[in-house]
Design a protein around this ligand. Sequence first.
Ligand SMILES: Nc1nc2c(ncn2[C@@H]2O[C@H](COP(=O)(O)OP(=O)(O)OP(=O)(O)O)[C@@H](O)[C@H]2O)c(=O)[nH]1
Ligand SMILES: [Mg+2]
Length: 308
Amino acid sequence: MAVHWYPGHMHKANKDMALSLPEVDLIIELLDARLPFSSANPLLSKLGADMPRIKILSKSDLADPEVTARWQAHFEQSQTVKALLTTLTQSDKAQAVAAACRKLVPRKNNATHNIVAMITGIPNVGKSTLINAMAGKAIAKTGNEPAITKGQQRINLRNGILLVDTPGVLWPKIENELSGYRLATTGALKDTAINHVEIAYFAVDYLLKHYPQRLIERYGIEELPDNELAFLELMGARRGCLRAGGQVDLDKVSSLLLNELRSGKLGQVSFETPEMVELELDEIRRRQTEKAEVRKKKRVERKARRKV
Ligand SMILES: Nc1nc2c(ncn2[C@@H]2O[C@H](COP(=O)(O)OP(=O)(O)OP(=O)(O)O)[C@@H](O)[C@H]2O)c(=O)[nH]1
Ligand SMILES: [Mg+2]
């Protein structure tokens, strides 16, 4: 799915983050544990690339623990990942992040200078929630929809750490189509920017393949159909998502499914594994090489025509 949601405040947020970098000592990058690759916005990965960085897999309570453990092992192989906090409660996580900040910026671990930590991540990943946990009170506005934070906000924790909350940013262009679908499924795109039925088709197709038992248990459907439309129609009939005349209201049943999936009612679900992502990246590279070859061939042909 091509993602077309890059509102003006995201352009500004990117610029502001780059401008603030000289004052920042370290970056805290939040990834969504359900889609650690697709939520790792390359713009944010490049931001302050040589700066100390703490990576956090957020919302791990909603992700499949077995898959999260695989991602954790995958990330820990990398030299650049300093800390990866997953299964901790918000308050333990807050304490662990503060301790990691002090460890990573030892020169400022004193009473005279604040460590400045910038929190980055895609929309709705939990940046402001983490800040509130670190502050011990609700300072930053949070909400279960993307683009709650629209501008940078600085919060002095008065314990030697100053946090910079930033608005969630997405990619201007997402190379991997599946990443777009996963971001829409988990709620990183504004609801008005997506077609619920198209996203529900993607989600049901994925659940039928990877978590069929959850669908059976949640919706009491004994025999699962083999396609997503048939499933949504059955589910719609059971849940009373009907239009006048008795036809299933696909839009309504799609929204219902996405809401239940996002709020964990279908259990802990992950949308990608390191192995799946490796295959997808291979496919993207193959397509890029193919495109480059076609372009080269056309160039050669044009040149040959000019010579005639
Ligand atoms: N289940 C679960 N929900 C979480 C977690 N962290 C945050 N949330 C919820 O996710 C939603 C978004 O959280 P925010 O902290 O506002 O996210 P944000 O990254 O600041 O979002 P923007 O400012 O819009 O970019 C809220 O409803 C939070 O309660 C978590 O670890 N688990
Ligand atoms: Mg926020």
